[in-house]
Design a protein around this ligand. Sequence first.
Ligand SMILES: Nc1ncnc2c1ncn2[C@@H]1O[C@H](COP(=O)(O)OP(=O)(O)OP(=O)(O)O)[C@@H](O)[C@H]1O
Length: 404
Amino acid sequence: MIQEASLIIWDEAPMISRYAFEAVDRTFRDILKSTVHCSRSRLFGGKLFVLGGDFRQILPVVTKGSREQTVAASLPNSTIWDHCRVLHLTRNMRLTAQDIPDQTRQELRDFAEWIKLIGEGKIQGTSFSEGREPNWIQIPERFLIRNGERSLHMLIESTYPDFTNKYQDIGYIQERAILAPKHDDVDEINNIMLSMLPGEMRIYNSADKLCPTEHEINDHESNDQDMHPPELLHSLNFPGLPNHCLKLKVGTPIILLRNVNLSLGLCNGTRIVVKMGNQVIEAKVVTGSRAGEIVHLHRAVLSPSSTHSPFTMKRRQFPIKLAFSMTINKSQGQTLKNVGLYLPNSCFCHGQLYVALSRVTSPRGLKILIVNKPDNRDGQEGYYRLEEFGAEQMVAEEDGRPEE
Ligand SMILES: Nc1ncnc2c1ncn2[C@@H]1O[C@H](COP(=O)(O)OP(=O)(O)OP(=O)(O)O)[C@@H](O)[C@H]1O
């Protein structure tokens, strides 16, 4: 297939480590050496690649990495970048609607400009204490849900209006989500919304097992199950891995955490709605070209993709997570009519706020709840502290290259 391909399209390229591109480059040179003239000395063995993406969005994740390490792992720091021709897309098509009054058109333009300034780190900031960085940005009043006892419920109600009557409508579920920076925040909202759904709750528990180390396999030793009993393994949650205890009701939207069946359109990030089952989960696809189709999911043996724990484990569970709410990183690439942005924590990496704000098709579909914790003493209601660094560094690098 690689030998016969005339064009390879790689989307969301800025979030991939430069080392992945370099590995693919070497692999292609190797594979194509018998069919393409001088493939060894040509980038990607002479195959044409189109890399798509936006450097204002999330960059490669370097676990516990510094800003410098993240930038160093990015594509513009690879020698591959010297061979890339940069083409700029300048219109925000997501915010482009036809046949709308001039006033609304201007509102969309202003909103697109505001998002762009945030993405490029050029938004005017404020400082509330002397000597501090001016990194508090004011969020326009019309997007804000004010802090208070019911603020989280208000965010849910504004993103999912008339939820209990409409939750069975696929179109309704398809076009909305609550986004948050961290998995814990997402789980909090998902649990609240699951409790709002009528009907019986089913619980699907995983079977967890410790993986033997190489040493234990070679020496036929039994592994350390006693030190890591199942109860301990059940209590562990990893990004990208379903939790041990999965609670579902009929009508719950879920998101796939793995590529399950590409030919059926069931890939990592596809959203589906649960219809239920015992050994398998019957569900209806919500997003993509297969929207509306019924599919069956089964349990799979999964391992955390990266872990800092001193052991590795396997979890047998459905590769899914509730999707009333999802992390901002997971939402990259999605287009939504209603976005509720829940910010009980600052975004922790470059581009997250920009990605969250730019999922929405109209400013009228955006609501933001900022919870400034007591340790953010210098903060004020309606302001958000931009901790992640802006895109100036990446954009500056990009501008140095040939463009069209
Ligand atoms: N030429 C176009 N005309 C009309 N609508 C468009 C056009 N291009 C894209 N759109 C719409 O804009 C939205 C975003 O498109 P798409 O997901 O392809 O953008 P993207 O650049 O991949 O965004 P991101 O990487 O930020 O997720 C979609 O709803 C799509 O239908």
